[in-house]
Design a protein around this ligand. Structure first.
Ligand SMILES: NC(=O)c1ccc[n+]([C@@H]2O[C@H](COP(=O)([O-])OP(=O)(O)OC[C@H]3O[C@@H](n4cnc5c(N)ncnc54)[C@H](O)[C@@H]3O)[C@@H](O)[C@H]2O)c1
Length: 428
């Protein structure tokens, strides 16, 4: 194929549109045309930069972070540990979008960046690997789908269990009816997070471009206890534990039940453990009902590791139950609760998920993505709805064809989207 097409013709045509035509040379790492990538956000993104960089036919050209220290560190780590890679450390991700050789943006910046950066990347002709949750609010998810369609790009959300062989097999068994009609999926997350204390306004560290870090989010003063990582627990940038970790197991529940959008969402919980600056619940129970009489429940305890038995996902069917863990091990129980089968696995799908995206880009078949943005949006939306139910203190009734909230104008107008920093409003 590389003989018949230039690299850019091939990769542009891959998703149905030839956006650039150049004869950029591929490194001789494989017979495939090279996919050039830039990675944005280098906490989680450092792991992704290494993993992408180890795949044949991938060039990690940029590692980008608003924090110059993280960018420099990532460039040095990737060059050292991944043979043949020597990425440039940069602070502004728009340099990635402006480079016509770049095929793929990997976005692992904080949640408030996922939607806007994905939309800008699609418009610049880039494919996107966007970390979960795919967006900060529901409207952004809708726009991301529109952008992927309009610019014919492959957009994969980083819920890697969609590519875990054990989990895929378990879902196939459910579909084949191994426990009969499945009507309830329960899932959990437990951790032992500490307090983030009470932050103080502070000078922005010289190595951080706080303006770029904030990007689409309206400007607020810098505090000393929010960057890095703790932004997860502020609505201004994050989506709480539900969007942070709930999305992984809720996505598997939705997959196993074969459902899309809910009819009803309820939430209970709060900040029960620490009296600190965090806004999002540390103890949270959410329930989602779907058409055809089935439901999902999620229980998150951010500050207590004791699981009480329920660890990742449990499916309940008319003829038994199936337990699935985060590594793809599954256990099947018969109607009398006797363990009848166990299949062990310890592969979360991390590498296969990346390979699935690279293949879809090369073959031009976004429909073969294991977590195409539309499916990613549906699972992320459940997290947003759970958070909206929490914030309004009300049960939400939803349109099962779109997930949009019915008969609650305040919930829609206040929480479906967000205010943007002028100039950063996402548009498709
Ligand atoms: N799929 C998974 O298993 C998995 C695991 C961990 C994290 N994640 C996701 O990855 C994302 C990042 O999480 P994290 O734990 O690494 O957070 P983090 O705060 O440690 O790292 C985010 C990084 O993004 C940088 N950043 C912010 N704005 C930027 C910009 N405009 N350009 C470039 N870099 C920018 C920050 O400076 C920071 O270094 C989250 O959305 C999280 O949910 C996914």
């Amino acid at each position: 194929m590389a003989d018949r097409f230039s690299r850019r013709e091939f990769l542009g045509a891959a998703a149905g549109a030839s956006l650039y035509v150049s004869s950029a040379t591929a490194k001789d790492r494989s017979v495939e045309p090279t996919i050039v990538i830039g990675v944005m956000g280098l906490g989680r993104g450092l792991t992704l930069a290494r993993s992408f960089g180890r795949q044949p036919g991938v060039e990690v050209r940029y590692v980008c972070d608003a924090d110059q220290n993280r960018a420099s560190n990532a460039a040095s780590v990737v060059s050292k540990v991944v043979a043949g890679q020597n990425p440039k450390p940069i602070q502004d991700f728009r340099r990635i979008l402006d480079d016509p050789d770049v095929d793929l943006l990997v976005c692992a910046a904080p949640d408030h960046w996922h939607g806007p950066a994905t939309i800008l990347a699609c418009a610049a002709g880039k494919h996107v690997y966007v970390e979960k949750p795919c967006c900060h609010n529901a409207r952004e998810g809708e726009l991301m789908i529109q952008a992927a369609r309009k610019y014919k790009r492959c957009v994969q959300m980083g819920t890697q269990r969609r590519s875990s062989p054990g989990t895929m097999e378990a879902m196939k068994r459910l579909r084949e009816g191994v426990i009969g009609r499945v009507y309830l999926a329960r899932c959990w997350y437990h951790s032992a997070r500490g307090s983030i204390g009470q932050g103080q306004p502070a000078p922005v560290p010289p190595h951080l471009n706080y303006d770029l870090w904030q990007g689409p989010a309206p400007r607020v003063p810098y505090y000393d206890n929010r960057i890095h990582y703790n932004w997860h627990w502020f609505w201004h940038w994050g989506t709480g534990e539900l969007g942070n970790n709930g999305v992984h197991s809720i996505d598997v529940c939705r997959w196993g039940l074969g459902v899309d959008y809910p009819t009803r969402v309820t939430s209970s919980g709060g900040r029960y453990r620490y009296d600190d600056d965090q806004e999002t619940p540390d103890t949270h129970t959410v329930a989602f009902e779907f058409p055809n009489e089935c439901a999902i429940t999620w229980q998150g305890l951010s500050c207590n590791r004791h699981s009480g038995g329920g660890k990742f996902v449990m499916f309940h069917g008319e003829d038994g139950a199936m337990e699935v863990d985060g590594g793809g091990t599954y256990r099947i129980y018969d109607a009398r609760d006797k363990l009848v089968e166990e299949k062990k696995s310890r592969d979360t799908g991390e590498i296969a998920h990346i390979q699935n995206l690279l293949t879809a880009i090369r073959t031009g078949r976004p429909q073969e993505l294991n977590q195409e943005i539309e499916e990613g949006h549906k699972s992320t939306l459940l997290c947003h709805l759970g958070n909206i139910a929490h914030r309004t203190g009300r049960t939400l009734n939803c349109n099962p064809r779109t997930g949009r909230i019915l008969h609650d104008e305040e919930a829609m107008s206040k929480y479906w989207s967000r205010q943007y920093e002028p100039g950063w409003e996402p548009r498709v």
